[in-house]
Design a protein around this ligand. Structure first.
Ligand code: 5GP
Ligand code: MN
Length: 328
C-alpha cells in the first residue's frame, strides 16, 4: 500500500532501523538515506545505514557519510528495513551475505516510474523530483525537526537528481523545497555544486575525451550512442561513478531523442545508461533488457561483450523506430 500516514506510523513504532539505498549510489539515494538516518537518530532510534559499496568521493562531505557501513553488525536484527531510491528489491544495496527475517517489514521510499511496490508500505511517487522530496514529506508529516546537515543532504538529493535544476523533473515544488532549505538553513548552493561537481580527477576528464571520440549517431540521428571499454578504464582508472555526467553530451546533440552510454564495468558486464528528451519513455525501452528507471533517465545491465550489447540494443531500437515510423 502507498501511504504517508502508514509510513510515518512505521517510523514512530520501531526502534531498530536498517537504511539502505541502491548500488552505484547517487546524490539522491545517499542524501535521502543520510537525512532520514539523522532524523531517526535524533529521536533516539538505533539506525544502521548500510551500503555494500564505497561512497563516491563527491558525497563524503555529507554529515553521517562516515557512519555508513559496508555490512550490518553481525548481531543486528532490524525492526524495519527502509529502502531509499530503489525501484525494486534487487536494487537494494545490502551485501548478498546479509538476510533479514521475512516478517521484518520494508518501507519503500522511491520516485521511480518503474517501482514495483516491493515494500510492506510504499511511499512511491513518480511525480516527485527526487526521493529526497519524499523524505522531506515523511519528516514533515512526522513532525521531525530538520537541522542544517539534514537540509544539506536533502538539497543535494534534489539538486543532483534534477541535474542541478535543469531536467524536466525540476518542478515548481522541487525548486520551492530547495529554496526553502537554502533560506531556512543558510545553505550555499554555489559551494555545494562546487563540492559535488568540480572535484573531478584529471583521469576522469581524460577518459571523457576517449568516450566522446566514440559517439556515433544511428537511426537517422534519433539515437546517439557511445561507449567506455575496460581498455579505456585501464588507461585512465576512475571510479565508475565519475562517468555519470558523460552521457549528457550525447543527449545534447541536436535531433537526438535517445542517448545511450555503454559502460563495460567488468569484462562481460555492460551497464547501459539511457537518456531521452520529452518524446520517448526510456524506462519502458530499458525494461526490455530487464532494467528500468525514469521516463527520461533509465538503465539496464547486459551480460555480454561490448559489441554484442551494442548490437542487441541498437537492433531492438531499430525495430522500435520502424514501428514508430509506421504509426506516423
Ligand atoms: P544511470 O544511467 O544514471 O545509471 O541510471 C539512470 C536511472 O535508471 C536511475 O534512476 C537508476 O535508478 C535507473 N537504473 C539504472 N540501472 C537500472 C537497472 O538495471 N534497473 C532499474 N530498474 N533501474 C535502473
Ligand atoms: Mn532518485
Amino acid at each position: 500500500m502507498n501511504s504517508l500516514p502508514e509510513a510515518t506510523a512505521l517510523l514512530a513504532s520501531g526502534d531498530n532501523f536498517l537504511l539502505t539505498t541502491h548500488l552505484h549510489p547517487d546524490g539522491d539515494g545517499l542524501g535521502s538515506m543520510l537525512a532520514l538516518g539523522r532524523a531517526l537518530k535524533s529521536r533516539g532510534k538505533r539506525v544502521e545505514m548500510v551500503l555494500a559499496e564505497a561512497i563516491p568521493s563527491s558525497y563524503t562531505f555529507l554529515a553521517g557519510a562516515q557512519e555508513v557501513r559496508r555490512e550490518p553488525p553481525t548481531d543486528f536484527v532490524p525492526s524495519l528495513v527502509i529502502a531509499l531510491d530503489c525501484g525494486d528489491r534487487t536494487r537494494m544495496g545490502l551485501p548478498p551475505s546479509f538476510s533479514f527475517p521475512p516478517e521484518v517489514p520494508i518501507l519503500n521510499v522511491d520516485h521511480h516510474l518503474s517501482n514495483d511496490f516491493f515494500g510492506r508500505v510504499n511511499l512511491v511517487d513518480p511525480e516527485a523530483a527526487a526521493t529526497g522530496e519524499l523524505v522531506h514529506r515523511l519528516l514533515s508529516a512526522g513532525g521531525y525537526k530538520l537541522d542544517a546537515a539534514m537540509a544539506t543532504a536533502l538539497y543535494v538529493a534534489i539538486a543532483t537528481d534534477t541535474g542541478f535544476f535543469r531536467y524536466t523533473n525540476a518542478t515548481r515544488s522541487a525548486l520551492a523545497l530547495a529554496a526553502r532549505l537554502v533560506e531556512d538553513f543558510a545553505l550555499e548552493p554555489g559551494k555545494i555544486a562546487e563540492i559535488v561537481h568540480e572535484q573531478k580527477s584529471l583521469n576522469a576528464i581524460m577518459l571523457l575525451s576517449l568516450v566522446l571520440a566514440t559517439i556515433q549517431l544511428a537511426l537517422d540521428g534519433v539515437v546517439a550512442w557511445m561507449y567506455l571499454s575496460q581498455e579505456m578504464l585501464l588507461r585512465y582508472p576512475v571510479e565508475i561513478e565519475e562517468t555519470e555526467g558523460f552521457i549528457n553530451y550525447a543527449r545534447s546533440i541536436v535531433g537526438v531523442e535517445i542517448a545511450l552510454f555503454f559502460k563495460e564495468a567488468k569484462p562481460g558486464e555492460i551497464r547501459v545508461s539511457w537518456r531521452s528528451g520529452p518524446t520517448v519513455d526510456v524506462s519502458q525501452l530499458a525494461a526490455h533488457f530487464g532494467g528500468g528507471g525514469h521516463a527520461r533517465a533509465a538503465g539496464c545491465t547486459i551480460y555480454a561483450d561490448l559489441a554484442e550489447a551494442v548490437e542487441r540494443v541498437l537492433g531492438f531500437l531499430a525495430a522500435w523506430h520502424r514501428a514508430r515510423e509506421r504509426q506516423r
